[in-house]
Design a protein around this ligand. Structure first.
Ligand code: SAH
Length: 249
């Protein structure tokens, strides 16, 4: 065996072993499965053991989770933990959600390519990138300017031209581009905001955590004419929805 081949083998072995290590092997083309891309085996494991093992098997959703490099969306010191089964801090007291919760919320919205989606709570931009892989038009609102701008910069750098970021209070939705086929809320108000209900299209779906601080239920809503059909789904723990002065809703 020639020397270069040995090096490749050792590299592949290292990729397999370094689940929790910050080992970037240099190739960043995540959609090319023929070469070892950055953390690709960690992403595969995340999808297998955290997402598919818990019953989410939708190929389009699974492929989006394989493509989006979650480690790009966390602060440097958390990169070695980016593919673990838990939320992580992203600064300003906020968190990027556990991968399974991101997958669950994405899956229950039954998204189509042509759908127009509104996200409230951009945070790191990870959920927005997943939505950007699946839908033509994504609009996301973040109340903390520094987080919103950072996410916007990263989403631009990664080429998500179909994702628009706005700094503002997402309680009000984003009227300009309404109505939406789907609304996903990743911070928790104590009630479903009236403007978000109004901005949902006929047949549109909304997934939203509702409840008091750290004791909420994920609720799935569907607009049928003037009514909203409501299904309570999972107990969850999201950061509270707040206005621009930090007051909770
Ligand atoms: N979806 C994010 C995680 C969001 S954490 C991701 O993939 O990383 C929840 C986010 O909601 C925080 O960034 C918080 O600042 C934001 N948030 C809280 N209240 C908000 C409001 N009224 N409007 C918009 N964003 C809000």
């Amino acid at each position: 065996m020639s020397k270069p081949k040995t090096v490749v083998c050792i590299c592949q072995l290292l990729i397999g072993l370094t689940i929790h290590m910050g080992c970037n092997m240099g190739n960043t083309n995540a959609s090319d499965n023929t070469t070892p891309s950055s953390y690709f085996s960690e992403r595969k494991r995340m999808v297998e053991y955290q997402i598919r093992a818990r019953g989410i098997d939708d190929k389009k959703v699974v492929d989006a989770f394989l493509r989006v490099e979650r480690h790009r969306f966390v602060p440097d010191r958390y990169i070695p933990h980016a593919y673990e089964d838990r939320p992580l801090p992203i600064g300003e007291g906020q968190t990027i959600s556990q991968p399974y919760i991101v997958a669950y919320m994405t899956h229950v919205l039954s998204l189509s390519r042509s759908d127009k989606v509104l996200e409230i709570g951009t945070g790191s931009g990870y959920q927005a990138a997943i939505l950007g892989e699946l839908c033509d038009h994504v609009f996301t609102v973040e109340v903390i300017p520094s987080l919103g701008r950072k996410a916007e910069g990263l989403l631009n750098e990664l080429g998500y031209e179909n994702v628009k970021v706005k700094i503002g209070d997402g309680y009000e939705g984003w009227e300009e581009y309404a109505p939406y086929d789907a609304v996903i809320v990743t911070c928790a108000p104590t009630h479903v905001p009236e403007p978000l209900k109004k901005q949902l299209k006929e047949g549109g779906r909304m997934i939203i955590p509702v409840g008091e601080a750290y004791d909420q239920t994920l609720v799935l809503l569907r607009r049928i004419g003037d009514r909203l059909k409501e299904e309570r789904r999972l107990p969850v723990r999201f950061v509270p929805m707040v206005n621009e002065t930090g007051k909770t809703y």
